[in-house]
Design a protein around this ligand. Structure first.
Ligand SMILES: O=C(O)CCC(=O)C(=O)O
Length: 255
């Protein structure tokens, strides 16, 4: 049901592809000023992290391996990013895909410095937090810089989306989950998602995805978060997720 006051922003074909293949890519969704703001704020967070943590990856080539910078929960301390979460285009997307009530939760910037930014293992986001329903709302991955195969863009395995949550094994070295595809570490088919700055991958929490190492001379910058209806719970304990931030309530934007 359309939400009054919010024009749909993506096509019926894109909505169908999200339901059947677990993803679609948007056109450029944000203007240059918004992208410049995100770059500026992410750079500032990165500088701060680097000045307080000498082991943090540098935004210049320092050699080494697997040194991406993860900057979590930026809305908590940054008013520009908090305001970005209710950007009019995002609210149109929420109203179109979710309805009159929506929240967001965990968010992070992921910066892969030139040459040293590492890969991120194949996984389904649903593995990191089991919920009922398993796939509430949608995830977003925004290219803040351009994202290419060479600089470590996202790869996806749509063939596994409809098969639900796949087995994962824990990788103690990197403290992360690795998806297992019919007993194999790699899916039979995969697709690289190369995006221009301002384009987004809209995807399901059940879509297996991976990102490659940054072997280029440029910095890869992305922002990841998602929106959901407010009423999902974690399983098996059936608790509400803490820290969710409402953005739409009864069809009105919550500032
Ligand atoms: O931006 C990336 O490299 C991918 C990160 C990712 O998939 C995740 O944190 O779930």
């Amino acid at each position: 049901m359309p939400v009054p006051g919010f024009e749909p922003i993506v096509s019926p074909e894109q909505v169908k592809q999200l339901k059947t293949r677990g993803y679609f890519a948007t056109d450029v969704f944000f203007d240059a000023a918004t992208l410049a703001m995100l770059r500026r704020e992410f750079d500032a967070f990165a500088q701060l992290r680097q000045s307080s943590d000498p082991d943090s990856p540098r935004l210049a080539h320092v050699g080494g391996y697997r040194q991406s910078l993860f900057l979590p929960q930026l809305h908590l301390t940054n008013r520009h990013i908090k305001a970005f979460m209710t950007h009019p285009n995002l609210m149109r997307l929420c109203a179109q895909l979710i309805g009159p009530d929506a929240v967001y939760g965990y968010n992070q910037a992921i910066i892969k410095p030139p040459k040293v930014g590492g890969f991120f293992a194949w996984h389904q986001d649903a593995q990191y937090q089991h919920t009922d329903p398993m796939d509430p709302g949608f995830g977003l991955w925004l290219a803040v810089s351009r994202t290419t195969i060479a600089n470590g863009t996202m790869w996806i395995a749509p063939g596994y989306f409809e098969r639900g949550l796949q087995p994962h094994v824990r990788d103690p070295e990197f403290n992360e989950w690795k998806c297992v595809f019919d007993g194999q570490p790699e899916p039979k088919e995969k697709l690289a998602v190369e995006l221009q700055p301002g384009q987004m991958l809209v995807f399901s929490r059940l879509l297996p995805h991976y990102s490659g190492p940054n072997e280029s001379d440029e910095t890869r910058m992305a922002f990841q978060w998602g929106y959901a209806p407010p009423d999902f719970v974690t399983i098996p304990d059936r608790k509400k997720v803490e820290g969710l931030v409402p953005v739409l309530r009864n069809g009105k934007v919550v500032e």
